[in-house]
Design a protein around this ligand. Structure first.
Ligand SMILES: C[S@@+](CC[C@H](N)C(=O)[O-])C[C@H]1O[C@@H](n2cnc3c(N)ncnc32)[C@H](O)[C@@H]1O
Length: 537
């Protein structure tokens, strides 16, 4: 075993020890999921194959160095006799434990490690000291783990530096990527292993703007979510490669999907114009298995017939949602209890029948506690409810993420019961659709594991007039193609799909046209439908 192999073996051991010392929650809070060496090696091979540094020595920076997986891969490949030389190497790491390990392992190989928060460190002023290779797997910390003041500071920083208004829902990796701009030399390369969600979601807009305005985007490789790269981090990942140089109108971007960075499953070259305002970059390459939904405006979509909302976020399902029997054992007053459906896993039926009072006819009869009157009144008028709320306060429930912002903390969002539901997330297999539609004949509402579909306008009036139509609508919803559903939603690691109200709204309602055309009412005067009747779609 050579010296490098001994150090790398030690690195893996120490990485393992550090990971084990922490709970999943602590690791999530700092985005501590290491890059597998195999993947880091692939990226270095990719750099070599593309001759990014033929006449130049490398000035390397990893602003989230961890134990130094990427630096290790560079050393590995340069000790294999290739001629790319390392001029300098720097790592930044907020976690003292990781920073110390990196220093210990790699300082003899020339790595300088700064212990600190990358977002608070100023880049070097001297252009010669900037990196020409920023290669990193930044922390994937989600927005709700970023405290309010930090978020404010980062949003302001991005505004000042670029004039961009970054969405507060962005994860920490977004700020990292943008701020690293000032650490990268003109002509230098940025190679980022990031969650692919930014390609599709609204809060990824600023990153996409940056990648199409400030730098020349060269390549995005998306891993197939069914072949998750990280056993312990359930996210689907992409590698984003760019050069720091303003793009031109001729800039072409390579999009690849599946397989590996050097041997992708499918690929497509897209022009900067094509991607600039495209809402979903995961639709490139078009040849990969997800279909490209039809963005033709003339097509009737679900949003033309339904108002779609997500079910309520209770803030603490365990406390607010309970079995009906428990609620009566606690003597909680009926007037503050609303029937609620169990989550999709516990709901076997796709059609929810109802009793004469609107309660769902299910084995699991659940209710949600929903009360918005002041505590003092509860104390005098409903002492049992008061005691239950106090027991919640004792357990600190009122200080939870959502509840501390509510007034009073036990008040719930309001939702009408909806006749049709769609599950919010699910897995798909070859012949199984990722999402289920449910016909809810009861007055039960749902938590945010479902989307609620409320018929609107003329369509709602027609359903009210003729109840037989509900069945046809339900059947039509069930005919929405699996591929159409998948293509509009998002896909996470392990093939987990999610669909937001807007995305469900964009799904074609073409299956409902037969029903609509059989209804004798004015809906055909609505523009989209009249276009359809004229044969434009
Ligand atoms: C996804 S890990 C990647 C580690 C390593 N580069 C690798 O590829 O294996 C992200 C690292 O960023 C560190 N980190 C989190 N927040 C940071 C911050 N604000 N500044 C610098 N490092 C940070 C974490 O402690 C963690 O080690």
């Amino acid at each position: 075993m050579g010296m490098y192999e001994i150090v790398e073996k030690k690195r893996l051991e120490l990485q393992n020890e550090l990971d084990l010392e922490k709970s999943q929650k602590e690791r999530n809070a700092l985005g501590q999921f290491a890059t597998p060496l195999r993947l880091a090696n692939d990226i270095i091979d990719y750099i070599l194959k593309n001759n990014f540094f033929v006449n130049e020595t490398i000035r390397f920076l990893d602003p989230a160095i961890g134990t130094g997986a990427f630096f290790s891969a560079i050393i590995n490949k340069s000790s294999n006799g290739n001629n790319s030389k390392i001029d300098s190497a720097m790592g930044i790491e907020i976690d003292v434990g990781f920073a110390e390990v990196s220093k210990k392992l790699w300082s003899d190989y020339g790595l300088q490690v700064i212990t600190g928060d990358f977002t608070r460190i100023d880049p070097p002023q001297d252009n010669n000291e900037l990196a020409n290779l920023i290669l990193t797997n930044p922390p994937y910390v989600r927005h709700h783990h970023i405290d309010k003041d930090t978020k404010k500071r980062l949003v302001k920083l991005i505004k000042n530096k670029f004039g961009y208004s970054i969405n507060g829902l962005s994860g920490l990796y977004g700020y990292f990527l943008l701020l690293s701009h000032f650490w990268l030399r003109e002509g230098g390369y940025g190679i980022w292993l990031v969650p692919s969600e930014f390609m599709d979601v609204n809060y990824g807009k600023t990153l996409k703007q940056y990648l199409t305005e400030q730098v020349t985007l060269l390549h995005i490789h998306r891993f197939d979510p069914n072949e998750v790269q990280f056993g312990d981090a359930l996210v689907s990942s992409a590698i984003v490669v760019f050069r720091k140089e303003k793009p031109t109108t001729d800039t072409k971007i390579l999009f690849t999907f599946g397989g590996s960075l050097l041997g992708p499953g499918t690929e497509q070259i897209a022009s900067i114009e094509e991607i600039k305002n495209h809402p979903k970059w995961t639709h490139f390459p078009t040849s990969h298995t997800d279909p490209v939904p039809n963005y033709n405006n003339e097509t009737i979509r679900l949003k033309d017939l339904f108002k779609i909302k997500r079910g309520i976020a209770t803030g603490n399902n365990k406390f607010f949602i309970m079995d009906k029997r428990k609620a009566s054992a606690l003597s909680l007053p009926d007037e503050f209890l609303t029937p609620i459906l169990p989550g999709p896993r516990d709901l076997k039926e796709d059609i929810i029948e109802s009793d004469s009072e609107g309660n769902p006819l299910l084995n699991d009869q659940l209710v949600i506690l929903n009360c918005d009157i002041p505590e003092q009144r509860i104390k005098t008028a409903y002492p049992e409810l008061y005691n239950y709320l106090k027991s919640g306060e004792l357990g600190g429930i009122n200080n939870g993420y959502l509840l501390r912002k509510r007034n009073p903390w036990y008040k719930q969002e309001y939702r009408e019961p909806a006749p049709f539901l769609c599950t919010y997330m699910g897995r798909s297999s070859r012949d199984k659709r990722p999402f289920r539609f449910i016909w809810n004949k009861s007055k039960a509402i749902t938590a945010n594991v479902y989307l609620l579909l409320y018929p609107t306008g003329e369509f709602a009036r027609a359903l009210n007039k003729n109840h037989d139509l509900y069945k046809s609508v339900f059947e039509a919803l069930n005919r929405v193609e699996s591929e159409e559903l998948k293509g509009n939603g998002r896909v996470y690691g392990g093939g987990l799909h999610k669909i937001e109200p807007k995305e469900l709204g964009n799904i074609s309602a073409i299956n409902l046209l037969d029903i609509l055309s059989s209804i004798d009412f004015n809906i055909l005067n609505q523009t989209k439908l009249s276009n359809w009747s004229r044969g434009n779609i």
